[in-house]
Design a protein around this ligand. Structure first.
Ligand code: FPP
Ligand code: MG
Length: 316
């Protein structure tokens, strides 16, 4: 069936605003903060598109599924900015920089609880999937924080981290859409595999633009400053070229000073590892496209293919 995604998106925004309303004006303000600051609404869009491969769709159920995914995502951003000590998110001051870490964490919990209320309306299968997804998300974040264990290859560790912290929720969004539409199992599996793969594409490109872009609405170089390994820095670490040593030393040093961070960013931006990382984005986008091959032709499939192109362009 054909969905009017624009009309749905308008209703979604209205509902998202309402969900943040709490018993006190302060909690409403703090919970609305990141929601009102914007965002791509990537996960809700995926819920809508994936619902195009089944039967009749109940719009209220679809909206609830989209809200659950976005609320879970926004809740995790409140927590993530505390962990990353980030000052800016979606071009607005982060909640932690405005109200401190404790409030930011509690608002994340509040929004996650709101997602739980909505997912309960959808039924036990949805609750289970959301909870399983959340266990992966949290474990991915813990693994990132702890770093690779002894004997664990840093690159494999990183890929597992981004699959868990980002791929899991994006895969669940595609699966939620397919479930709402009552799509057959084979289609659900294809869409979940596609979601998992574009989740990787999404996070790989996000990590590249943390280095290359000044217009992300976040502070460029946050990962470098926090010492969070990403594909470009892991590729650099793996290089045996002695000419790369000064940059490795620069990145290993103290980047808390803005001038030091700006210098590290400038040198890294010009380094071939950024192009190599972009090639990996393209490779994973191709894998995502392959998961769509068994799906019936039509507008929904074309739009999901378009998502792959758009994500590749994001970090190109
Ligand atoms: C963004 O990573 C962060 C995530 C994808 C997930 C973070 C998850 C948690 C902190 C657990 C949340 C727990 C609850 C209870 C809500 P990033 O730092 O690479 O992305 P960024 O550049 O957008 O900051
Ligand atoms: Mg972060």
């Amino acid at each position: 069936m054909t969905l009017d995604i624009e009309a749905l998106s308008i209703r979604f925004e209205e509902r998202l605003r309402q969900v943040a309303v709490a018993d006190s004006p302060f909690v409403t303000e703090a919970a609305s903060h990141l929601i009102a600051a914007g965002g791509k609404r990537f996960r809700p869009q995926l819920v809508y598109l994936a619902s195009g491969f089944g039967g009749e769709v109940d719009e209220e159920q679809l909206l609830k599924a989209a809200l659950v995914m976005e609320l879970t995502h926004v809740a995790s951003l409140y927590h993530d900015d505390v962990m990353d000590e980030a000052d800016v998110r979606r071009s607005a001051p982060s909640a932690n920089s405005r109200w401190g870490n404790s409030i930011a964490i509690l608002i994340g919990d509040y929004l996650f609880a709101k997602a739980s209320i909505l997912v309960a309306d959808l039924g036990a299968d949805y609750v289970r999937l959301q909870a399983e997804t959340f266990t992966r998300l949290v474990q991915g974040q813990i693994a990132e924080t702890r770093g690779p264990g002894t004997g664990e290859a840093p690159l494999e560790h990183y890929l597992q981290v981004i699959a868990d912290k980002t791929g899991s929720l994006i895969a669940a969004s595609a699966l939620f859409g397919a479930m709402i539409a009552g799509a057959p199992q084979s289609i659900r599996e294809a869409l979940a595999a596609y979601g998992e793969e574009i989740g990787l594409v999404f996070q790989l490109s996000d990590d590249i633009i943390d280095i290359t872009s000044d217009v992300t609405g976040k502070t460029p170089g946050t990962d470098l400053r926090e010492g969070v390994p990403t594909l470009p820095t892991l590729l650099l670490e793996a290089s045996r070229d002695p000419a790369d040593q000064p940059l490795k030393d620069l990145l290993a040093g103290d980047l808390s000073d803005d001038a030091a961070l700006a210098e590290a960013l400038a040198v890294l931006r010009a380094h071939p590892v950024v192009e190599k990382a972009r090639a990996e984005v393209c490779r994973h986008a191709d894998l995502a496209r392959q998961h769509l091959a068994p799906l019936p032709e039509g507008d929904a499939k074309q739009l999901l293919l378009q998502v792959c192109d758009d994500l590749v362009k994001r970090s190109a």
